[in-house]
Design a protein around this ligand. Structure first.
Ligand code: NAG
Ligand code: NAG
Ligand code: NAG
Ligand code: NAG
Ligand code: NAG
Ligand code: NAG
Length: 371
């Protein structure tokens, strides 16, 4: 038995029973997940501890309604804590977007996962125990931590347009996501769900037919963006596909689920009927390139009819509410251990006797690791 192959193939798919216990969902991410945090930053300037998401009609998410978190809560009977912020990247030390984010945030950036979201979570959930030690108030066996990030790291005003901190690449932004889980692990978290990036090249913003929008007012070459975005997303997801099992191997006792958002949205785009969708190239909200209002809507009553007329996209960049409901169902399936789009990795205790004693140089690397 060769060590590398053994190490990788021993990352077993976990059984259903391990997940039946999960009752808490803690979410990190960007506008695909945020319900009202960025809005609160705009209106209130800072976020109080124990901030509770505001749902329609109080606040509309970037999908025109409620994000998948609310539906996951509903479908899965989960209690949720949502720390995602619209516009967030994984780290403002890598891909900050100065003066585009909340005016009241430092340097007008979007509060990011690494510099804001994790600390907001710790402020709420790291408590002084009776024994004087600090610990999370969420049972690690009953709590899963999700991260859905990358859209802003890769997109306009970031990697795609060369606005990252000089020298930063896709290698850094994807490594950053894995570091988020390492940090949470240090505080006692054990169950993680890494939601990979959707095929951004299929969104109206990055498609070959893209034209100027409120997200990008300058000149650009849609064909060239589409090609580059395809490279970025598929390469980034591949780094995570390799990184997720490696992370599970590194963080003893942790379970890492890799949620294939890419595959899910690819399927929704190419077989919309199977998902109850019928328009995958258009979008609901048509807003002027400049100004913040005066949008027209392909479904005028989308806020009240709840189905956004079976569109895949709400606007040029955001999935619709129906699409996010499908995401919510799949996340709940993943948590219950029955989803087909999530792959789980965990490291069982290593049996010493089965370790290879061959010198490293004589080991054959498996060209296509079997996970
Ligand atoms: C702003 O803060 C007030 C008072 O804490 C709160 O009632 C309100 O919901 C907050 N607004 C948003 C958009 O979060
Ligand atoms: C934590 O709790 C212990 C025991 O109740 C107390 O002595 C200690 O001062 C607390 N620490 C902080 C930072 O509040
Ligand atoms: C980015 O990743 C490279 C390796 O590709 C590493 O050498 C560099 O230190 C990283 N930069 C940051 C800012 O983390
Ligand atoms: C846009 O980019 C494509 C692909 O790189 C290239 O073939 C095409 O010539 C470019 N169009 C213009 C107008 O520069
Ligand atoms: C999709 O929606 C757009 C509006 O954004 C509309 O112009 C287009 O005709 C629709 N396409 C189909 C196939 O229904
Ligand atoms: C909406 O359009 C009107 C008329 O063109 C204009 O006066 C107004 O400033 C616009 N509002 C916003 C918020 O852009």
């Amino acid at each position: 038995m060769h060590l590398p192959a053994l190490a990788l193939s021993s990352l077993l798919l976990a059984s259903t029973s391990a997940y039946a216990k999960i009752t808490n969902l803690v979410t990190f991410g960007d506008s695909y997940t945020d319900q009202s945090r960025l809005t609160a930053f705009y209106t209130n300037g800072s976020i109080p501890a124990h901030y509770q998401e505001v749902y329609p009609p109080g606040a509309y998410a970037a999908n025109g309604g409620s994000t998948w978190v609310k539906y996951a809560e509903e479908f899965g009977g989960l209690e949720t804590w949502n720390y995602a912020v619209s516009g967030a990247s994984c780290s403002n030390l890598l891909t900050p977007r100065h003066d585009l984010g909340a005016p009241k945030a430092t340097s007008g950036v979007f509060p990011s996962v690494s510099e804001y979201e994790i600390s907001a979570f710790l402020t709420d959930h790291l408590v002084n125990t009776t024994y004087g030690g600090w610990a999370l108030d969420l049972d690690p066996e009953e709590t899963i931590y999700s991260l859905w990030i990358g859209t802003n790291d890769l997109g306009v005003d970031s990697l795609l347009t060369g606005n990252q901190i000089p020298g930063v690449t896709l290698v850094n932004t994807t490594a950053c996501a894995l570091n988020v889980f390492r940090t949470l692990y240090q505080y006692g978290a054990r169950k993680f769900l890494l939601m990979n990036m959707i095929p951004l090249q299929l969104t109206p913003l990055y498609s070959r037919d893209a034209t100027n929008s409120r997200y990008w007012k300058n000149e650009f070459n849609a064909t060239s963006w589409n090609i580059f975005m395809t490279e970025l997303v598929t390469s980034g997801n591949e780094l995570w596909r390799l990184g997720a099992p490696a992370l599970a191997h590194e963080l003893k006792g942790a379970e890492v689920g890799l949620f294939d958002s890419y595959g899910l949205f690819w399927d929704m785009y190419h077989e919309p009927e199977a998902y109850g969708l019928d328009n995958v190239t258009g979008w609901v909200a048509h807003c002027p390139v400049s100004g913040s209002g005066n949008c027209s809507y392909a479904v005028s009553d989308y806020k009240t009819n709840g189905n956004q007329d079976r569109f895949l996209w709400f606007d040029e960049l955001h999935p619709s509410e129906p699409a996010e409901k499908i995401v919510a169902r799949e996340v709940v399936n993943a948590i219950k251990g029955s989803g087909r789009i999530t792959t789980w990795y965990r490291t069982p205790p290593v049996k010493r006797s089965s370790l290879s004693s061959k010198p490293a140089s004589s080991r054959t690397m498996h060209p296509n690791p079997p996970y």
